[in-house]
Design a binder for this molecule. Structure first.
Ligand code: UD1
Ligand code: UDP
Length: 385
């Protein structure tokens, strides 16, 4: 039988981290699959950091990033670029990830060419079409376009069934972010960054901050940062470390509110290796990121989510994640409460992992083999249930 041609498409930092294990698992099955990587370059530096660490070599790079690019621009340029590659490579299946505009635009292009689409990290929902924006709509539409849905959890599967997706096409696989995380977390690690090298993690309580969501851009982000500034000013044993996202709008607010504040370190985005170790060593995490809400429970780190709702209720149910919103006082009080109450921290530090044991990519590849008649499939033919 001829090899099946798989085109793996991604463009931003989190997609690259979460697709890296899938690419590696596909490459192990080179007898069955001819795998090619297409990066859109929706992100540049932040994407390249991940390509380096996982030694991923793209076959195609659309290099579409522009400064402060609009969502419409990304959509148009991804569709134009992907279409050309579909014509020249003619894949048997496209794999896209999650909820970015790269993923949605690539899935739509695949659909127009009647090429099946596999959606990795399918079925997450906040039920608010404007939050996260545009991710909630991107992932909902990608769900409608996809032929195979790789849902991290049973809850995600249920969301898809509620949207009339054929249950025979949904596979609960866990989240590949755990595969990625487990592959980099190593107890023997020394930071190269001077600020982190000299940090005494035993004496200082390091609060790790990340923030980049579009719906938080402007006033909500300003309120969040003001709440955090009050904490840094009040607690002498606290250092806030913020590897700033490269989005210029985010950086402008961060520098304005937190730039001159003692005990706040504004640094450049970290590679995945140092970032994972910083998550491991810090006292707590403040974030509006999706991926970090999945990684932190696996590491047993308390997370306060700087958003009004989350599409990751499993991490909240596990007890390691609390949603605090974007009001200055709420942010300030939630952090203060953890800093002042060791018991509350203890309750949030049980390492519970609702997202699988780090074998999600392997499962996805097994399912793909089934799909192409080289292994087991779901339901009556056996395999995933
Ligand atoms: C994008 C995704 C979001 C995802 C996030 C992960 C969309 C619309 N947004 O948001 O779903 O959660 O990535 O981080 O798909 N920039 C650089 N270098 C980089 C990356 C970004 O300079 O490596 C700057 C550019 O000026 C760029 C801007 O950041 O125009 C915004 O990037 P963009 O991909 O449009 O949106 P994000 O906010 O990063
Ligand atoms: N991350 C990283 N370096 C950083 C900040 C985050 O490697 O400086 C990783 C983090 O561990 C997670 C992913 O990037 O795996 C999350 O990316 P981001 O917050 O940009 O996107 P989201 O998950 O919100 O879509």
């Amino acid at each position: 039988m001829s090899k099946k041609k798989v085109l793996v498409i991604f463009g931003t930092r989190p997609e690259a981290i979460k697709m890296a294990p899938v690419v590696k698992a596909l490459e192990k099955e080179a007898v069955f699959f001819e795998t090619r990587i297409l990066v859109t370059g929706q992100h540049r530096e932040m994407l390249d950091q991940v390509l380096d660490i996982f030694q991923l070599r793209p076959d195609y790079d659309l290099d579409i990033m522009l400064r402060a690019q609009s969502i419409g621009d990304i959509t148009r340029r991804v569709m134009e670029g992907v279409e050309k590659i579909l014509k020249s490579f003619s894949p048997d299946i496209l794999l896209v990830h999650g909820d970015t505009t790269t993923s949605f635009a690539a899935a739509l292009t695949g659909f127009y060419h009647k090429i099946p689409v596999g959606h990795v990290e399918a079925g997450l929902r906040s039920r608010n079409r404007y939050s996260p924006f545009p991710e909630e709509m991107n992932r909902t539409l990608t769900g409608q376009l996809a032929d195979l849905h790789f849902a991290p959890t049973k809850g995600n599967e249920k969301n898809l069934i509620n949207e009339n997706i054929d249950r025979e096409r949904i596979f609960v696989t866990g989240n590949t972010v755990i595969d990625a995380l487990l592959s980099v977390v190593d107890s023997k690690f020394d930071f190269q960054e001077p600020e982190l090298r000299k940090m005494d993690f035993t004496r200082r309580r390091v609060i790790l901050l990340t923030a980049h969501r579009r719906e938080n851009s402007g006033a909500p982000m300003e309120r969040i940062f003001r709440g955090i500034r009050r904490i840094a000013e009040e607690y002498e044993d606290v250092t806030v470390v913020y590897p700033m996202h490269l989005n210029p709008e985010v950086r402008a607010v961060a520098k304005r509110v937190l730039g001159e504040v003692d005990r706040v370190l504004l640094i450049e985005p970290l590679g995945y290796l140092p970032f994972a170790h910083l998550m491991q060593r810090c006292f707590m995490i403040l974030t509006d990121s999706g991926g970090i809400q999945e990684e932190a429970p696996a590491l047993g780190k308390p997370v306060l989510v700087l958003r009004e709702e989350t599409e990751r209720p499993e991490a909240v149910a596990a007890g390691t994640v609390k949603v605090v919103g974007t009001e200055e006082d709420k942010v300030y009080l939630a952090i203060k409460s953890l800093l002042d109450n060791p018991l509350e921290v203890l309750e949030m530090t049980r390492a519970i992992n609702p997202y699988g044991e780090g074998r999600s990519a392997e499962k996805i590849v097994e399912i793909l083999k089934g799909r192409f008649g080289t292994g087991k499939t779901k339901g009556t033919k056996g395999g995933e249930k």
